[in-house]
Ligand binder design. Structure first.
Ligand code: GNR
Ligand code: NI
Length: 172
């Protein structure tokens, strides 16, 4: 497995609508393994393929986040088939927007249909942090980053700060 570089805003790739995956094969499983290592290394609780510059509808998630009891989820071509009426507000962060956080309101629970690591169709009810995170990741597949929900002023301020903070960082 290998860790992959994560792209940051305002990289235009983050606005890409990612392509559906045709089949879950060994190449795709290699990508998912590398995404998982990248996510754990960051560290983060979710990662969409576009964040490592791959425009495919693939996400990895682990919202349990205990080093002992890791429960990675691999979701290929995920689709929300149901959203709850009631909402949650969560102070979200994003590995592509390092060091910035903002409150985002989303449905508190969602049902998600997807293909798993083996390419088998699954449907799962997600609640709490998992629901927030899977919606954040599916947004990435549609070219949406959480700062897109903020005012233009706040968004532009954050983008400027991320650009400044990641400029002139020597790459070893
Ligand atoms: O690591 C992450 N934490 C997080 C916290 C609140 C809401 C969403 C997230 S996802 C984020 C990793 C990431 O950027 N995924 O795209
Ligand atoms: Ni993100």
């Amino acid at each position: 497995m290998s860790k992959l570089p994560i792209i940051n805003v305002p990289d235009p790739l983050l606005k890409t609508i990612s392509d559906p995956v045709g089949q879950v094969d060994d190449d795709l499983r290699r990508l998912m393994d590398n995404m998982l290592e990248t996510m754990y290394g960051a560290p983060g609780i979710g990662l969409a393929a576009i964040q490592v510059a791959v425009p495919k509808r693939v996400i990895v998630l682990d919202t349990e986040g205990d080093e002992e009891t890791r429960k990675p989820l691999f979701l290929v071509n995920p689709e929300i088939t149901w959203s709850s009426e009631d909402v949650n507000v969560y102070n979200e962060g994003c590995l592509s927007v390092p060091e910035h956080y903002a409150e985002v309101e989303r449905p508190a629970a969602v049902k998600v249909r997807y293909l798993d690591y083996q390419g088998k169709a699954q449907e799962e009810l997600m609640e709490g942090l998992a629901a927030t995170c899977v919606q954040h990741e599916i947004d990435h597949l549609n070219g949406v980053v959480f700062i897109d929900y903020l005012s233009r002023l706040k968004r532009n301020m954050i983008i400027k700060k991320v650009q400044k903070a990641t400029k002139d960082v020597p790459i070893l």
